[in-house]
Design a binder for this molecule. Structure first.
Ligand code: NDP
Length: 240
């Protein structure tokens, strides 16, 4: 039977490309979303991939949703923590809510979903977890202390959890995308975007499919020796 993959924020942007690539790789895919019903309906109609609405920053809501997904579709063996938001502002303007929302959605969600899927993966001795970090978690970014902290936290979280899963054939890896052409990046003012593109050695923004390619690599059944790593997919913008 095909393994079940859950992609959070999986019905648009990078997540949609990940969901579709996992399906093309033979997985049974389930996508999550927060509230964009129109995007979810269009995505399901186009791809046949079911979408489940729940807030990944809410532990109890995530627990109820995972129970439903596992009853309706099967045990989750591949988990891609992709859902994320930005609430940018310099420290002068960043209030506590902007901080909490970004930390809870981008980082708290990784705890919630991994915690909820962990026992099943441990029992079955198989799990592939990919957490979507960011170049801005590696290098920092002006006006993004909340986002950079959350994404940097994801990279530490990944390395710690990888050690716990290693003996149970649960791999935990991160992908750090550079600037990818999605709604999140289209919200950046055009002049700022042009300056960013000028700093990308390959000379273009990433495509969502560039990130999905990395997920397929890291979630393969035989990718069991790759764990605790961060795969940078950024057109050469940040190398270290
Ligand atoms: P988008 O803004 O295009 O999509 C975000 C997705 O996350 C949507 O599906 C959204 O659901 C979902 N989402 C947001 N909040 C929640 C929540 N509380 N619960 C459940 N789902 C939620 O983002 P991108 O595709 O651009 O980014 C995807 C990931 O990649 C994010 O983690 C982002 O930080 C990271 N990233 C993106 C980069 C880029 O250049 N685009 C660069 C580096 C990292 P809904 O549609 O219902 O709102």
């Amino acid at each position: 039977m095909a393994r079940v993959a859950l992609v959070t924020g999986g019905q648009r942007g990078i997540g949609a490309a990940i969901s579709e690539a996992l399906k093309a790789a033979g997985r049974t895919v389930v996508a999550n979303f927060a509230g964009n019903e129109a995007a979810a309906a269009a995505f399901t109609e186009r791809t046949g991939i079911p979408c489940y609405k729940f807030d990944v920053s809410d532990y109890d809501a995530s627990a109820a949703a995972l129970q439903k997904i596992e009853a309706e579709v099967g045990p989750i063996e591949i988990l891609v923590n992709n859902a994320g938001i930005t609430r940018d502002g310099t420290m002068k303007r960043m209030d506590r809510k902007m901080w909490d929302d970004v930390i809870d959605t981008n980082l708290g969600s990784c705890y919630n979903l991994c915690k909820l899927a962990w026992d099943g993966m441990s029992k079955r001795k198989f799990g592939r977890i990919v957490n979507i970090g960011s170049i801005n978690g590696q290098a920092g970014q002006y006006g993004q202390v909340n986002y950079a902290a959350a994404k940097s936290g994801i990279h530490g979280f990944t390395k710690a959890l990888a050690q716990e899963g290693a003996r149970s054939n649960i791999t935990v890896n991160a992908i750090a995308p550079g600037y990818v052409d999605t709604e999140m990046v289209r919200a950046v003012p055009e002049d700022v975007l042009q300056k960013i593109i000028a700093k990308i050695p390959v000379g273009r923004l990433g495509h969502a499919e560039d990130i999905a390619r990395g997920v397929i690599f890291l979630t393969a059944d035989d990718a069991d020796f790759i764990t605790g790593s961060t795969l940078s997919i950024n057109g050469g913008q940040h190398m270290y």
